[in-house]
Design a protein around this ligand. Sequence first.
Ligand code: MLT
Length: 200
Amino acid sequence: MKHIFNKGKDSNKPTLLLLHGTGGNELDLLPIAGRIDDEASVLSVRGNVLENGMPRFFKRLAEGVFDEEDLILRTKELNQFLDEAVEMYDFDRDNIIAIGYSNGANIAASLLFHYQHALKGAILHHPMVPRRGMEIPDLSGKSVFIAAGTNDPICSPAESMELKSILEKTNVEVEMHWEDRGHQLTPGEVEAASKWYSNL
Ligand code: MLT
């Protein structure tokens, strides 16, 4: 997968896996990674799917309606890419924290749903429930920060709460942060994510 890897100053820090929103690319979230931890290694990946020229991490049938078969396939592809990246860049496979926005947050949530050891934790900006009715592995020991908007037209508050409750049922420790805004990624939620990360 097309990506950037920036080796951090401190190899004991987690590796931050950056996953952009629809129409974005691997450069978008680099400033946010710097705000979360400027000493950590960063692996920033570009989604392999193109929707009218806009990169994404999996196909959708309509806004908010995911192509489930493609989601499963692309989640597997990203998880395998993480294995390859560990070989290439020699970082700790068990210490990856994803930072995803929108479509990127959705594939990060999908990694957690499908693979018990894919991520140690995640900062999810405006995620949805990636799949329903599936068996999710026990995710004890993992921590997730969710930032949601009370007026988000894409990820409704009810869906944000549903994701929180699904993750909690699989023993993830979830912190929820609300902004009185829409789908945009705000400086306030990055600040809150940074506080959450510093207490990990
Ligand atoms: C998605 O397709 O993943 C969500 O609708 C968010 C988006 O990318 O617009």
